[in-house]
Design a protein around this ligand. Structure first.
Ligand SMILES: Cc1cc2nc3c(=O)[nH]c(=O)nc-3n(C[C@H](O)[C@H](O)[C@H](O)COP(=O)(O)OP(=O)(O)OC[C@H]3O[C@@H](n4cnc5c(N)ncnc54)[C@H](O)[C@@H]3O)c2cc1C
Length: 409
């Protein structure tokens, strides 16, 4: 009987497990998770946003599929995952708005519903929004460098969900349906992936236990790059994945009528925010953040890089302080330094090693499609549903065929 080893108990590992059995896998699987509970790394530290607005075909396809899967989650897996299509609203300066206007027909062609908004129309979705800059102190704006908003793009099918619930349910459901075939090992850390020649034969844990497997799936999120480095000496076999801290802050909501109904909104300096119960969850990906395993939230980062911009666009936002020390956190992107997109598929040189990581800030929203695609490739050796997933193979780095995504947050 075949034996699959999944390294990583996050939403990617969970979705692969679920889809393997759904699509007819009859072998055994061992899931290995270093923490004492499943789904406690990036999956639970993420903002839980999903969108189908992308510039690359593969991301359009992966997210369109995944949104439909999230919509059906309760029916299919019996769990409410807090799926809410509250929409995403991007705001743009002039050149960005011209570019997105030109790109809109491509979105239309791919069944991505969007609405272009004039500056004054943004208020319809974000009450109080000020697209102009006349009210901003000139000296202050020399630092902020804010410009007039030329327009917006609203995607009504985008929204938010609870990735921890979805991830846990993938594991729980799979185990319920296949109790004899699935083992989930918690508090178990893979020290290295084992090879015989270039063929993957299993993993060794930090307590020296060896778990043999004829397919090993690397879904260890931000730890995946270092784990592969520890497992093979040849640099050419490594994957360009590094841990990169991203911070989120829960802050008070401004006193503006209906503000709790706003979509996920992206403004100047890449600041994004969305309602989180009666508060706002605010984030911004810092391009200057050094790579590394750093989780520490920095309140000064919120004050300096986010709040000024929010206050300039929304009246009263300067009073929206961080709620408490417990309401902010840092988590790790499994950042792909080459093109900020996932790496999925069998490794070109290491036989039987399947990679599913590197999603760089969009892993939870693509998880259903990644799980489905992985199961198809592992069981049938082809991507039947979303052939574009071939674009995300490890081989693209060798061929220098990077998949550069331009609609990033
Ligand atoms: C602040 C923040 C906001 C984000 N917002 C969004 C968003 O809005 N939308 C979106 O789609 N994505 C978002 N992301 C990205 C998203 O969280 C990730 O892409 C996604 O969680 C990846 O899932 P995963 O299962 O691969 O990784 P993880 O959830 O990190 O799971 C990997 C698991 O592997 C385990 N592991 C690691 N090494 C080993 C080992 N050696 N042995 C055993 N187990 C191991 C870890 O403990 C972990 O549980 C965000 C990320 C962060 C940090």
């Amino acid at each position: 009987m075949s034996h699959t080893v999944i390294i990583g108990g996050g939403i990617i590992g969970g979705s692969i497990l679920y889809h393997l059995y759904k699509n007819g896998y009859t072998g055994k699987t061992t899931v290995i998770e270093r923490k004492s509970q499943l789904s406690q790394e990036s999956t639970s530290l993420s903002a839980g946003g999903f969108r189908n607005i992308w510039s690359t075909k593969v991301n359009l396809k992966l997210t369109n599929y995944s949104i439909e899967a999230f919509k059906m989650f309760k029916e299919e897996l019996g769990e409410n995952i807090g799926f809410e299509q509250i929409g995403y609203l991007f705001t743009y300066y002039e050149e960005g708005f011209e570019a997105i206007k030109k790109f809109k027909p491509e979105l239309d062609k791919n069944n991505v519903r969007t609405e272009l908004l004039k500056p004054e129309e943004i208020k319809r979705y974000v009450p109080g929004f000020i697209p102009t800059i006349d009210h901003i102190d000139k000296e202050e704006n020399e630092i902020l460098k804010m410009r007039e908003i030329a327009g917006g793009l609203f995607g009504p099918d985008c929204g938010m969900f609870n990735p921890t619930s979805a991830s846990n349910r993938y594991f729980e459901y799979s185990k319920e349906k296949n109790p004899q075939k699935i083992e989930i090992k918690l508090n178990a850390e893979v020290k290295k992936i084992l090879f015989s020649g270039n063929k993957t034969i299993g993993v060794e844990l930090t307590d020296n236990t060896i778990i043999e497997g004829d397919t090993v799936i690397l879904a260890a999120g931000a730890f995946s790059g270092d784990l592969l480095k520890k497992s093979v000496n040849n640099e050419e076999y490594w994957i360009p994945i590094v841990p990169w801290k991203r911070m989120l802050f829960t802050v008070k909501m401004p006193h503006i009528e209906n503000f709790e109904k706003i979509p996920m909104t992206i403004i100047d300096n890449g600041v994004y925010f969305h309602p989180e119960k009666s508060n706002l969850l605010v984030g911004r990906a810092d391009p200057l953040q050094p790579f590394g395993y750093d989780y520490k939230p920095e309140p000064a980062y919120y004050e300096e890089q986010m709040n000024y911009y929010m206050a300039a666009r929304i009246p009263g936002m300067d009073h929206c302080r961080i709620i408490s020390n417990q309401s902010m956190w840092g988590g790790l992107y499994e950042h792909n330094t080459q093109d900020k997109n996932g790496i999925i598929g069998f490794h070109s040189d290491l036989e039987n090693l399947f990679i599913a990581t590197g999603f760089s800030g969009h892993g939870v929203m693509e998880a259903p499609a990644i799980g489905l695609s992985a199961s198809e490739m592992i069981l049938d050796k082809t991507y039947k549903t979303i052939p574009e997933v071939n674009d995300l193979a490890f081989e693209r780095f060798r061929k220098n065929q990077l998949i550069k995504e331009t609609i990033v947050i």
